[in-house]
Design a protein around this ligand. Structure first.
Ligand code: SF4
Length: 494
């Protein structure tokens, strides 16, 4: 039974960050990990703010946790100091809570009743509690390899080792199937490895989870592009089912702004991947921001990742541009009391470190030097309106143009679906209009026995959705292979 008055005694307190001057000098995680005793006290206090609502919007419904995390249950267990049972209840719905605790923007917190209760002290710090449970679980040896005692004799290939692929692989291995994860890169993890900067989640957090999966029996093969190095015929001959968890990495480009063709104008991932490789020890990034005037176009997560990365690489200046004004605080439907999520303007830790943000602006043109390298951007004030069809359009607000230095421009304006790959052609996979992989209500694509999950199905989204879809697709594959399944299926295809 929760403390129904906990939130009246304590305000929300977020985890503390390392001092800016210290953290920009290295790549380690931004958030401090307090000593165990202090963490225990702080997190138990935060967990005690949960009211154990009759209808806990945080863990269900369209706005809450897609995994159906048992939030009030583990909040109360933490309040009482029962970390072991809290770990058990957290892992019951989430394969990788140390990923979501660090990376998820926490739709559960936006959905928490205390987020909209006046003078409540703020939403329960669910994400902080989740990360603490996960970290304590690892520190205290509560995370074990869970080896299946049965074997179905069925073989499953998972293509892609991001969070969706890993969640599907772990669920299917635990159900007794023989699972091989194929990764075309040289290291495992997908976006968790080469997309997410170390200062958000250190790779050792990923590596210890991969070690658990290996111990449980999941096999991993790196440096193999399925469809090329392993042909579709070979894939079909070897496996009874295939899960496509190939991400949605086709970056949206700017095809209209004059000067886009100049050297120094790049897609965001072209900057993040080599930067992450450099941190892994692969040598200096060929696209380092060191000494450059960096302009990032786009105000979302990927833009913020470029922002913090550029600062750590030693950029001369960092500027992030957003077409939207600051801050859009409510839905279009102003009758709704719920916080806007995830469209709310968010400030990331990186924005505290250095640099500048500009809002309600759009690039008029990129200006180059005689060698064809970008040196300036021209900006104009804009507003974003909806046209007669409800589509957003950018409308200039003044004739005045601002000219700013820019010798490295990063386009962080979203993703347009899966990359073109021979695998999809040879499997005869149908794509949606959004460029993602089409599937039925059983997660099966247009190729029989081939399933899809994560960003490849949903489009670029949150790590929590990737894990949820990985869990659900595992249920579907298990059902396909055996006729029934006891595996959980927290979400349905959209
Ligand atoms: Fe606790 Fe908030 Fe969830 Fe209610 S909505 S159960 S207060 S976390």
């Amino acid at each position: 039974m929760a403390d129904p008055q906990g939130f009246l005694k304590h305000d929300r307190a977020d985890a503390k960050k390392r001092p800016v001057e210290e953290r920009v000098e290295d790549w380690r995680e931004v958030y401090l990990t307090p000593e165990p005793e202090a963490r225990d006290k702080q997190v138990r206090t935060q967990a005690s703010r949960c009211m154990d609502c009759g209808i806990p919007f945080c863990h269900s419904g369209s706005a809450g946790c897609p995994l159906g995390n048992l939030i009030p249950e583990w909040n109360d267990l933490v309040r009482r100091g029962d970390w072991e049972l809290a770990s058990d209840r957290l892992h019951a719905t989430n394969n990788f809570p140390e990923f979501t605790g660090r990376l998820c923007p926490a739709p559960c917190e936006a959905a928490c009743v205390l987020a909209i209760t006046p003078d409540s002290g703020g939403a329960v710090a669910i994400k902080r509690v989740e990360q603490a449970i996960a970290d304590v679980s690892w520190e205290q040896g509560l995370v074990h390899a869970s080896q299946s005692t049965v074997s179905s004799g069925k073989k499953v290939a998972v293509v892609g080792s991001g969070p969706a692929g890993l969640a599907a692989a772990q669920q299917l291995t635990r159900a007794g199937h023989h699972v091989t994860v194929y990764e075309r890169d040289d290291r495992l993890g997908g976006l968790l490895r080469y997309g997410i900067p170390e200062f958000k989640m250190e790779k050792k957090v990923l590596d210890r989870r991969l070690a658990q999966l290996r111990k449980e029996g999941t096999k991993f093969v790196t440096g193999v592009e399925v469809g090329v190095d392993l042909t579709v015929d070979q894939l079909r001959a070897k496996f009874d089912a295939v899960v496509l968890a190939v991400g949605a990495l086709r970056g949206r480009d700017d095809t209209t702004t004059p000067g886009r063709e100049l050297d120094g104008v790049h897609l965001a991932m072209d900057h993040l991947v080599p930067a992450n490789r450099a941190v892994e020890g692969d040598g200096p990034s060929p696209l380092s921001a060191a000494g450059k005037h960096v302009v990032i176009i786009g105000g979302g997560d990927t833009g913020a990742d470029c922002y913090g990365t550029a600062i750590r690489e030693g950029a001369a200046s960092v500027l992030q541009l957003d077409q939207y004004p600051m801050p859009p605080s409510q839905r279009d439907d102003e009758r709704s009391p719920w916080p806007v999520w995830p469209w709310v303007l968010r400030t990331y830790a990186a924005h505290e470190e250095a640099g500048e943000r500009k809002f309600a602006v759009a690039v008029e043109s990129f200006v180059g030097d005689a060698e064809g390298h970008v040196r300036e951007i021209k900006l104009r004030k804009v507003r974003v309106e909806k046209d007669a069809n409800g589509r957003r359009q950018v409308v200039p607000m003044s004739e005045e143009v601002e000219v700013l230095p820019a010798d490295m421009v990063l386009l962080a304006i979203g993703f347009e679906g899966v990359e073109h790959m021979r695998l999809l052609d040879d499997l005869d996979i149908t794509l949606t209009q959004r460029g993602t992989i089409s599937c039925g209500t059983d997660w099966q694509t247009t190729a029989p026995g081939v399933f899809v999950c994560g960003d490849a199905h949903r489009g670029a989204s949150l790590v929590v959705w990737a894990i949820a879809e990985g869990r659900s697709v595992a249920n579907a594959v298990d059902r396909f292979l055996t006729g029934s399944s006891d595996l959980p299926s927290p979400v349905i295809p959209n």
